[in-house]
Design a protein around this ligand. Sequence first.
Ligand code: UD1
Ligand code: UDP
Length: 383
Amino acid sequence: MSKSLTLVSVVGARPQFIKLAPLLRSIDRFNEVESNKIKHYTIHTGQHYDHGMSDIFFEELEIPHAEYNLGVGSGRHGVQTGKMLAGIEELLLELEPDMLIIFGDTNSTVAAALAAAKIHIPIAHVEAGLRSFNRRMPEEINRIASDHISDILLAPTPTAVTHLTREGLEEITVLTGDIMYDTVLLNQQLAARKSDILTKLGLEENTYAVATVHRAENTDAPERLEALLNMFNEIAENHYPIVFPMHPRTSHRLPSMLPDWKAHPNLRLIEPVGYLDMIQMLGHARLAFTDSGGLQKEAFFLNCPCITLRDETEWVETVMAGGNVVVGANPEKIMQALFQWKSRFQEEEIDFAPDIAPYFGEGDAADKILHAILKYLQPAVAV
Ligand code: UD1
Ligand code: UDP
């Protein structure tokens, strides 16, 4: 490498810490053998700030603490994004990085992209090209805006490449595989050794389900949230006990929106769990019910059948491979999907493994991402 480079990653929300971890390992490995080391700084916007939504991931995944934390916190989209934009711009002007790295589709992602683009710092977007084709989702706006002002688009799946190609962005797109798959592979054994969640909650393999709900479309409409929670109660009573680590967005809304709702004793409402506990729980669960993007994929990687509580999914590969059924918040469709899965359990051994690599890569996405960044910044040097 001809000169040492400075890279800045901006993260802020739970899934972004999980995506950052393998990339930092790749940078460390690069620095072990190269004399011109990469300098890397992490800016944490402070979008997520509870210990269980932020620090726990830095600790468990051994991510060095962010050099900068903007402490932006929660707020309406405009207020939150605006504060981030101002703070990130100031830091980018000070650090003068060769490239900004952004992850996924949160307000932290788009704020960082806007800040960098205006001051001519090139941008690499990890997990580019995802589309739900639903512009009422804040994440869809964040994705489209971020992709169209980025300089390299690091696509996790062939479908993401297709979307970017259709939008005229093929020349700057690189298929890398999914970086969350890297994180699962790096931590699955560690989770088995370190997590005691199964014992703590008295859970036995293949006898329980895991649920998560945090999307605005589900948490901000009382009738939709109530339909989902009532379904969980019914399933917990008649089919599988459910463990439901509740995102703070949902636990804050629940008491005021549905003051009379009560959980069935088999529906275990718990605080958000750490990554290792989540991987351990999902890896041994019979089913996952979720509206999370990350969880849909991890369920697939860990061979856990999924029922997605959204009207569409960006992770269509999990559906195409037969690992995921998309049902929205419709009680009939949820029950139909549940019975479909139950009859499949009687007929066949569930095995998603053969479909992981063709859709999500080999678990080396972080190395491919770093390589693409180096190739962009120093085309004459990168191999
Ligand atoms: C954000 C992302 C979403 C991502 C999710 C991951 C946007 C627009 N949304 O949604 O794409 O899937 O993160 O989890 O960027 N809260 C706390 N403590 C925390 C963080 C949040 O109590 O540490 C509560 C606050 O009441 C806050 C609410 O959760 O108002 C929502 O947080 P926010 O970061 O705005 O959005 P998420 O729903 O977490
Ligand atoms: N996750 C976790 N504990 C929880 C819920 C989720 O560690 O209680 C992890 C999950 O394994 C995945 C990521 O957080 O890696 C997904 O984040 P989230 O569902 O908040 O956001 P999304 O992926 O939908 O953007």
